[in-house]
Design a protein around this ligand. Structure first.
Ligand SMILES: NC(=O)c1ccc[n+]([C@@H]2O[C@H](COP(=O)([O-])OP(=O)(O)OC[C@H]3O[C@@H](n4cnc5c(N)ncnc54)[C@H](OP(=O)(O)O)[C@@H]3O)[C@@H](O)[C@H]2O)c1
Length: 374
């Protein structure tokens, strides 16, 4: 491996320490390299705390003078919650900056690199760019479209069922897959389920891995037009300090809203779908973005998943396929709803990948943006 690539990979690994806590900021890691040795490193942990470059420069101290800096995102050049990184880099005496990708934030968007060049710092971009883009895809989508990046995750048997005909789905996937889900909850700003799942499974939707910091716990969101979530739901009483948002429409009875608020839920009203059948999911996701939610993990069930997918709101799908059979025409499938009428109308997925997680197969795929969307 080229040494430059090695240092950028190190920066990307550092950046991952900010997963679940750096949001709505991007995950960024940086290393300062002098005479082929790493002399300083840092990452961005939480908004308002030092950026990765500043942390790495402080770690390097005087050794930064004459050194190279590797960072997975273009350094910022504006005053936000912290001072601009470009100025700290220039003052430190760093001579070369390798940035894996340009910052899509319109307040930066190449200006950070220009500022460094103006000050005589050599700048190169593009080293491990694909990896860097992938790491911060939620940030890039959020910044560019004002919508969160949505991942739909479902566990399914080999005969395509997500629960038995009586609604029992515990457990379809194995321990390792469920651990992955917990890590993914911590990595996401919000976890979303429909009221069908909230009522039938009574889930907690928290990350219960011992290493998960409290600040990485997601906002738990229930798509619940008529505020039917029982006030005794485990979501509300088992982790009362962690927020739950009940997303309903103007049709929800006042009395139920009050009961849920009293039980500790945040209740917010969103638009209804034009046919009046449930929430307008785009308005819900817009509302979440307004709360600086950049990534959403949707954990089902089939009705909500169908609504999200066929509204063009899902970016990535993760299906855990278990070597089990449920059978029965009334047992639900990952996408309930009406579906399409003909094969001309099917949604074609791309970037399909398969790997094994414990006893299950994990299939991931992307949904390309629908026509008219970017
Ligand atoms: N294996 C798995 O991965 C997995 C994951 C999750 C769930 N499950 C299973 O799936 C079953 C529950 O699934 P489900 O399909 O009945 O429930 P669901 O998808 O969790 O919830 C559906 C409800 O969400 C509400 N909703 C609000 N806006 C919506 C919209 N725009 N589009 C669609 N729904 C909207 C609707 O109720 P209102 O109109 O009242 O708002 C709708 O009835 C359970 O048996 C559960 O165990 C399995």
């Amino acid at each position: 491996m080229e040494s430059g690539e090695k240092f950028m990979r190190w920066a990307l690994d550092l950046a991952r320490y900010g997963r679940g806590t750096a949001s709505p900021n991007p995950m960024v890691g940086a290393v300062v390299v002098s005479d082929g040795e790493i002399v300083g490193e840092g990452y961005h942990r939480v908004p308002g705390r030092p950026h990765a470059e500043a942390a790495a420069l402080r770690d390097a101290g005087e050794l930064a003078s004459g050194a190279d800096l590797y960072v997975n995102l273009e350094p910022c050049c504006h005053h936000g919650r912290t001072p601009p990184c470009t100025e700290e880099i220039i003052e430190s005496g760093v001579v070369r900056v390798f940035a894996a990708m340009v910052d899509p934030n319109p307040r930066v968007a190449g200006r950070g690199l220009s500022r460094l060049r103006e000050a005589g710092v050599q700048v190169e971009t593009g080293l491990l760019e694909d990896e860097a883009q992938r790491l911060n895809e939620a940030y890039t989508k959020y910044i560019g479209s004002g919508m969160p990046f949505v991942t739909l995750k479902m566990a399914m048997t080999l005969d395509g069922k997500i629960a038995t005909r009586t609604g029992d789905s515990r457990w379809i996937s194995g321990d390792e897959a469920r651990k992955w889900v917990h890590r993914q909850r911590a990595a996401s700003d919000a976890v979303l389920v429909g009221i069908g799942t909230a009522r039938s499974d009574d889930p907690r939707l928290t990350c219960r891995l011992p290493e998960c910091p409290e600040s990485a716990q997601p906002l738990r969101v229930i798509a619940d037009s008529l505020a039917r979530l029982p006030a005794g739901a485990r979501l509300l009483w088992e982790a009362p300090e962690r927020p739950v948002l009940v997303a309903c429409t103007g049709d929800a009875p006042q009395g139920r809203l009050e009961k849920l608020r009293y039980a500790g839920a945040q209740v917010e009203t969103f638009q209804s779908r034009p046919d009046g059948d449930g929430l307008d999911l785009k308005s819900l996701l817009h509302g979440l973005a307004a709360r600086e939610i950049t990534s959403v993990l949707c954990e089902g069930g089939g009705e909500l998943a169908h609504g999200l997918v066929f509204s063009g709101l899902v970016d990535s799908i993760v299906i855990f396929l278990a070597g089990k059979l449920i059978g029965g025409r009334d047992a639900p499938t990952p996408l309930q709803g009406a579906g399409v009428d003909s094969m001309d109308e099917v949604l074609e997925l791309c970037d399909m990948e398969i790997d094994r997680v414990g006893e299950d197969l994990r299939i991931t795929a992307r949904i390309p943006p629908m026509e008219g969307e970017s």
